[in-house]
Design a protein around this ligand. Structure first.
Ligand code: SAM
Length: 212
């Protein structure tokens, strides 16, 4: 996701440290203290501009949502939008998902969403794909064994690659859907990319998988 550099982003993040949590590693195994309840934690990795989290937080007030987004310029846009919704069950982290195991304790997370992750089509960049086996290792560590990894994309190549990666890692595939929008699943919340690509007539793929 390309974003112009935003010189005000650092000040914004300082002023809104109650929402975009600085030093997230200090909250390892304590995230529910920040939410003030013991509801399950659902994590979206690569949140982008936050539309998915806004819709999910509205639909599921009894779930605590955390969005991790690498790009500072992107996360400030998401944070502005999400704070405006007034939902108290959302927090954000400006970090690389590579550091997941420093931020969350074993089994601390109930569900992980990967929505329209960057495809990194060149083989030499495979390690950057969020479904590469090193990332799966991190997800396995922080995810409750009964929890799900839910992955949506419009990118056929990334979807095929990810199914192979999941299968090689020993993940149990709970759902493989080759045309999600045909399902008319009332539970599906669209992301920005999902709206954009499906409006162009592109098929949306979804896979739900478990580590147990
Ligand atoms: N999920 C949104 C959607 O569906 O509209 C945004 C999709 S965008 C293609 C991918 C986002 O993932 C970008 O905002 C990018 O900065 C973020 N991202 C990529 N690699 C990441 C990583 N290792 N850790 C955290 N965020 C990452």
């Amino acid at each position: 996701m390309r974003q112009r550099n935003k010189p005000w982003a650092d000040d914004f993040l300082k002023e809104n440290s109650h929402f975009v949590i600085p030093n997230p590693k200090t909250y390892k195994n304590r995230w529910n203290e920040l939410f003030g309840n013991s509801n399950p934690i659902h994590l979206e990795i690569g949140t982008g501009k936050g539309q998915f989290l806004a819709g999910m937080a509205e639909k599921h007030p009894d779930v605590n949502f955390i969005g991790i987004e690498l790009s500072k310029s992107v996360i400030v846009t998401a944070a502005q939008k999400l704070m405006d919704t007034g939902h108290e069950n959302i927090l954000m982290i400006n970090e690389n998902a590579e550091n997941l195991m420093d931020i969350f304790a074993e089994n601390e997370v109930s569900t992980i969403y990967l929505n329209f992750s960057d495809p990194w089509p060149k083989n030499r960049h495979a390690k950057r794909r969020l479904t590469y086996h090193t990332f799966l290792e991190r997800y396995k560590n922080v995810l409750d064994p009964k929890g799900e990894l839910i992955f949506k994309t419009d990118n056929r190549g990334l979807f095929e690659y990810s199914l192979v990666s999941f299968s090689e890692f020993g993940l149990k595939l709970v759902e493989v859907n080759l045309d999600l929008h045909q399902l008319n699943d009332p539970e599906n919340v669209m992301t920005e990319y999902e709206e954009k690509f499906s409006a162009k007539g592109q098929v949306i793929y979804r896979c739900r998988a478990q580590f147990e």
